[in-house]
Design a protein around this ligand. Sequence first.
Ligand code: CUA
Length: 319
Amino acid sequence: MCCYILIPVPTVPVSVFDPHSQYAHPIFGLFQLTLVLMIAILLLVTGLVTYILMRYRPRPGRTPEINYGNRKLEVLWTAAPLVLLLFLFVMTVRTVRASDPEKPAGDADIVVVGHQWWWEIRYPKLNIVTANELHIPIKHGQVLQLEAADVIHDFWVPQLTRKEDMNPGWKNYIWIGADHPGTYLGACAEYCGAEHAWMRIRVIAESDDRFEQWAQRQKQIPSAPSSYDAAQGAKLFRERTCANCHAIAGTSASALIGPDLTHICSRETLAAGAVQNTPDNLARWVHHPSQYKPASNMPDLQLSDQDVRQLTAYLETLR
Ligand code: CUA
């Protein structure tokens, strides 16, 4: 544990140019339409200005003709922007309707809560709690209920859905879906404090079967650790105050301040996407969280190398 090498997560672009869901396609379509129109206007205006500057530049012996109040031109350049804006207004309303359809009545199947600086993810009907990696079945669109535990965050996975704020004391709802199975990266899009940049979210879109398999695994209560190190780690987890913040199903740890760790090692990343979830990274993260996420609320517990080894051995059993 003498040196700390940050092993970053392989980069997956947070791209607004590559929509992958029925809710993101209309937004990208409107963006392209607006972009093309604006480029056309830019070219028209700069072209006309350039032409007029050249054509009517001062020349010896010629005074430019002064021309006021051309009614036809006045009407043209008032009506054209009006029609254009009306057209864009209609297209925007259509896009909003397509990307944000009416919500079904009743409670949402998935609740996402923004925390400084991680995402709590709950499936109340399935009795699953996880963090930072949102699994969705791709067959149907899903409604997400968005909340915040502390300050304003903003859920943003541009390939799959629109952007939406998460406000303390208020619930917002968005639809999410994916055309194809895959992992889609998102981020918090509202500055929420020092580690805002390390508040990444992954959406793992899966076939119904794979989603069902994942859900079944998540519902399982981890069995008591069998190896000596892991059993010692479980004891340390209780004694060294980890349990004051983190819950693990089937144990007395039930606090909700930090991420639920019941299946921590089934996740791809640690610290809301800051590092890949490997045994080495997990050990480093537990040992000195501030090396990865300097303002993180996870304290440095001054653990010995043996403590770290045993805690990691325990956490590695939580799959
Ligand atoms: Cu949460 Cu920015």
